[in-house]
Design a protein around this ligand. Structure first.
Ligand code: TNX
Length: 534
């Protein structure tokens, strides 16, 4: 439950003032109202009396633990503080480094016993010694994202934008926070249009700002195969050379994909690779004749129709191919998930579909991986570890309620490629028009009646790329709705009425602008301007 004890900071600061005149500390640059801009909303936030923690030439960051993950998070925090103030805040490491209480400090504590969940954190920014405690480096990192949102927007600029050094202050707060769901995902379709490594890294950066932790990459579809498979080189030599509309396409080498996996892991994001099958496979069928029932390679495809392609489910070579693909990609992604698609197959019988999915499930399991499939796979016999990703608003809910595990991506709420309204230039509208409010105002627990709460892993927002030819286009459709979905997945249902979200969302505008994000200025949101520093 949300416990926001709103102490009127000014009044408390006044009451605490000593009677003897003293040199006034520099006024903090952040009013306590800044705490209202944390997004996703924290589970519990209490404003504390006092001026908060100064970030000045004395301030230090301490990692009480020498754990490399914790030290890396401490270094990331020091970098943020440097960008906010121009002051090179030193990082000290180890239990003996504890600050002596006379200088401003932020101490990161890794405490495996802390009662805040694996991804939770507690942040107390009382002066002079602030603490950030978590059970895991991931929890510490979410705490640092919160500190990031308590710092002024100009800390997001790569270049120095204002006169520095410019001491700042963190408002005095006590935040106890943990995510509602373990699965807080986004999906990028790199098959319909190809996106470069730098594009995907940028996508990851935007996810990390919103405490999201699963990036599902849709790596192959009718229009293109986007990842090198060493045993089947023509998948990329032939199957990657185009995309929707006939552009050049592209693909990742195994080394590039591995680099992406570690870039994501550094930000506590797990890559979930998807090779869609048995349908959505024209790029593979165009690369290798033997994967077709008639032995003849298909022509490449640059349109946007769906449902026409399928692997030849009766041939053994099909399963040798799948085994190689799952093995190579599974090793690069380092597990534990492999998404097999399974959606929109219009050319097979129900029996053929069922035996295909069950055979592929055993291949995925033989590689030590957990299978994920789109909601059509709910009609097959699923292993206890397998995961169903709900997408069709009209899917049979009784099948879904029996799924061993569920990820919720209802297309009429969570599909970021749907238009905002009739006038949106990009995007599709087959599931719904999705204004920001409707992406936000829903309860994952109410989507599949009868599904046990423990079966719901969480929420994922896919962006399909039929209409998005560049990252600029992707950003326009994803922002601000990705932020809305991130909060649906992270924050307690009771902590997130639309009106407070709207205000916090509007407060992100300067930060997103500083980050160069091409976001849609929805008329339903009071977007804030970029105040100059005071
Ligand atoms: C349905 S969602 C699809 C995709 C399309 C998307 C467009 C799903 C599992 N299949 O192939 O790109 O709609 O919104």
């Amino acid at each position: 439950m949300l416990a926001v004890a709103l102490i009127v900071t000014g009044a408390c600061a006044h009451a605490a003032k000593p009677k003897t005149p003293q040199a006034q500390p520099p006024a903090p640059q952040l009013a306590s109202s800044s705490t209202a801009a944390i997004l996703p909303a924290p589970a519990q936030l209490t404003d504390l009396p006092g001026d908060g923690l100064p970030i000045n030439a004395q301030t230090v960051v301490v990692s009480a633990s020498t754990d490399p993950g914790a030290v890396r998070v401490a270094e990331a925090l020091a970098l943020l503080l440097k960008r906010a103030t121009g002051i090179a805040v030193p990082v000290k490491t180890g239990p003996a480094a504890a600050a002596d209480g006379r200088i401003p400090s932020i101490t990161l504590i890794l405490d495996p016993e802390a009662a805040i969940g694996d991804e939770g954190y507690q942040l107390v920014t009382a002066a002079p010694a602030a603490t950030l405690k978590a059970r895991t480096p991931a929890g510490l990192s979410y705490g640092v994202q919160t500190i990031r949102q308590l710092l002024p927007y100009w800390s997001e600029y790569e270049a120095v934008m204002f006169q520095q050094p410019r001491p700042a202050a963190l408002p005095a707060v006590n935040i106890v926070d943990a995510p509602r769901y373990a699965w807080r995902g986004a999906m990028l379709d790199v098959a319909r249009h190809f996106f470069t490594l730098e594009d995907v890294e940028r996508f990851i950066d935007i996810m990390a700002l919103h405490k999201m932790n699963r990036l599902h990459l849709h790596l192959a579809d009718d229009q293109g195969w986007r990842i090198e498979i060493s045993k089947w080189p023509d998948l990329t030599a032939k199957g990657a050379l185009t995309q929707v509309g006939g552009g050049r396409g592209g693909s990742y080498t195994q080394a590039q994909f591995a680099a992406l996996v570690s870039y994501a892991a550094d930000r506590f994001i797990t890559i979930v690779p998807e090779i869609d099958m048995p349908g959505h496979t024209n790029a593979a069928l165009a690369s290798y004749g033997e994967l077709n029932c008639d032995g003849r390679a298909k022509p490449v495809f640059t349109g946007t129709d769906v449902g026409f392609s399928a692997l030849c489910v009766d041939k053994d070579v099909t399963y040798r191919f799948i085994d190689d693909v799952v093995g190579e990609i599974g090793a690069l992604a380092k597990g534990p998930y492999f998404h097999v698609g399974g959606d929109e197959v219009k050319t097979l019988t129900a029996a053929q579909y069922k035996s295909f999915v069950e055979r592929v499930q055993s291949i995925v399991q033989a590689h030590g991986l957990q299978m994920i499939g789109w909601d059509e796979v709910a009609a097959t016999s699923l292993a206890p570890a397998s995961i169903v990703q709900h997408w069709r608003p009209d899917a049979a809910k009784a099948d879904l309620a029996r799924a061993p595990h569920l990820i919720l991506s209802p297309a009429d709420r969570a599909y970021l490629d749907m238009k905002y309204d009739r006038d949106t230039a990009l995007g599709l509208n087959w599931a719904a028009l999705i204004p920001v409010r409707s992406a936000y105002e829903w309860d994952p627990a109410a989507i599949v009646p009868g599904a046990p709460a423990a079966a719901i892993l969480g929420v994922e927002a896919p962006i399909w790329s039929e209409t998005t030819a560049s990252m600029r286009d992707v950003e326009f459709l994803m922002m601000p709705r990705l932020a809305a979905i991130a909060e649906v997945a992270w924050s307690p249902q009771a902590a997130r009425p639309w009106d407070t979200f709207r205000a916090r969302l509007g407060a992100q505008a300067p930060r997103w602008t500083a980050l160069g994000i091409n976001f849609y200025r929805s008329p339903d949101v009071p977007w804030k301007g970029m105040d100059a520093p005071r």
